[in-house]
Design a protein around this ligand. Sequence first.
Ligand code: C5P
Length: 219
Amino acid sequence: MITKRKNILKIAIDSPAAAGAGTIAKAISKHYGLFYLDTGKIYRYLAYLKLKFPKEFNKKFIKLKIKSLNSRNLLNKMLLSNEIGNEASIISKDKNIRKMVHSFQQKCAYNPPKKYKGSCLDGRDITYKIVPDADLKFFITANVKVRAIRRYKELKDLKKKIKFNDVLKSIKKRDKSDINRRISPLKKTKDSLLINTTNLTKRACFFKIKKIIDNKIKK
Ligand code: C5P
């Protein structure tokens, strides 16, 4: 059983790869004083560990790593590579791995550190599995080419040697896998608000979501 703080604001976001959810979620969390968790980073971190320690990568090892998980582990720039993203998409289909990650995410959502007024999580199954009773739910998406361009720029900024077509291919492959998998697929729930960022600047997107949150808080 997890401890649940009362009267906190919980925001849940699901989105396909590189739709801009992380950037928006970070800005929103900062503005409202919410604890932010990019859940994709946890799967990316585990993927990184699997590639680095293939022989040790078993249930016990993963459990230990999740137990000692801290935000510094998730800030590692290496986690942003295409290779890690692809591997994350593969390991995230594993029922046991999802189970182990589940309670860590719920702790962050329902019992964020006291200095925060609530939480904001983004991922693939946040709106219906991790925080089904969130106060606000968003499904953030964008055209696949626009997403690939954004991810390509991000990777180029990190000085990664990468071709645009490989980024596009990898995003399409991950979309297909994340949407069609049996366990915790990416989907938009009926009670999630659809935000399409294809033609929106970061600023426009932030204000669009802020308006929705402000209306909800006022009630
Ligand atoms: O969000 P990001 O693209 O960093 O996530 C990497 C991969 O982790 C996704 O393609 C997806 O397969 C997996 N993931 C997941 N559930 C989440 C977040 C991410 O399965 N809540």
